[in-house]
Design a protein around this ligand. Structure first.
Ligand SMILES: CC(C)(COP(=O)(O)OP(=O)(O)OC[C@H]1O[C@@H](n2cnc3c(N)ncnc32)[C@H](O)[C@@H]1OP(=O)(O)O)[C@@H](O)C(=O)NCCC(=O)NCCS
Length: 230
């Protein structure tokens, strides 16, 4: 990692953060859709505890954001899209009464501060939330950012295997693997319009071992098992 940002505060999002989050979304993603005030307000109304921002305390600047909701996994298709899992980014499908899976709808860090520990601080706060809520797992779609450079040579599944083996470096998925996630599957058309992933994501899972039972572990395609993939 580069020199860590020395004083990162992770706290719950407030409406005053919306302009900075919308600007961050435009700085991070060169393509639409970007977060709107309507979506961010919906997240806060529905699940305020699940909405996090990272602040550089020395400057007071918002440098990262993570947005989550709780879903009942069996209501969804493993191969569903971001729009399905987040109800078009509104999180109105949040279902804490029946759901046991924290779903990561977004995590992003200011481009000039990436690789300096901000994402890690956001994920630590997300894991604490899951532990506090006694949920057994986090799942999300991890963008295969950078796959566009390899798509003429290999399938998205082969790309993921290479990232898991450490044969392809510098990819977003490596961040989530480092954060303790494992890959369950690869899905196309999750984020249509993303020129860097060509719409592909890895469905990833982190298990809260404090409460998870064997049935909470998703079945993983053996080719994505780091122990078996060689
Ligand atoms: C993915 C993202 C949130 C990671 O945040 P970050 O602040 O850069 O990550 P951190 O600096 O906390 O990194 C944590 C660990 O993951 C590793 N890591 C982070 N990005 C990595 C990358 N691109 N390749 C390899 N490893 C990476 C770091 O090396 C670090 O490990 P270390 O502590 O052993 O050095 C950030 O890069 C980002 O905003 N990307 C663009 C938006 C995006 O694609 N979001 C993900 C949607 S699924």
């Amino acid at each position: 990692m580069n020199t860590p940002v020395s004083d990162i505060l992770v706290r719950n999002t407030s409406p005053e953060d919306f302009p900075a989050i919308m600007a961050l979304s435009k700085a991070v993603y060169s393509f639409p859709p970007h977060w709107t005030e309507r979506q961010l307000a919906s997240h806060l109304e529905i699940f305020p505890m699940g909405q996090l921002v990272a602040i550089d305390s020395t400057t007071g600047t918002l440098v990262g954001m993570a947005a989550s909701l709780i879903i009942r996994w069996d209501d969804y298709d493993l191969h569903g899209s971001w729009k399905d899992f987040t109800n078009h980014g509104m999180f109105t499908n949040h279902d804490p009464a029946r759901g046991r899976t924290l779903y990561g709808g977004e995590v992003m860090v200011s481009p000039e501060l990436q690789r300096r520990g901000v994402g890690s601080a956001l994920y630590a706060a997300r894991r604490r939330l899951v532990e506090d809520l006694k949920l057994p797992r986090i799942r999300a779609g991890s963008r295969l950012r950078g796959y566009h450079r390899y798509a003429d040579r290999m399938s998205a599944e082969d790309y993921v295997v290479k990232v898991i083996r450490g044969e392809l470096r510098g990819m977003t998925l490596a961040f989530q693997l480092k954060e303790g996630f494992r890959v369950l599957a690869v899905v196309s058309d999750y984020l249509p319009g993303d020129p860097e992933s060509l719409g592909h994501v890895a469905v990833i899972e982190w298990i809260n071992e404090q409460v998870a039972t064997p049935g909470d572990y998703g079945s993983c395609d053996p080719k994505f098992d780091p122990k078996l993939s060689r």
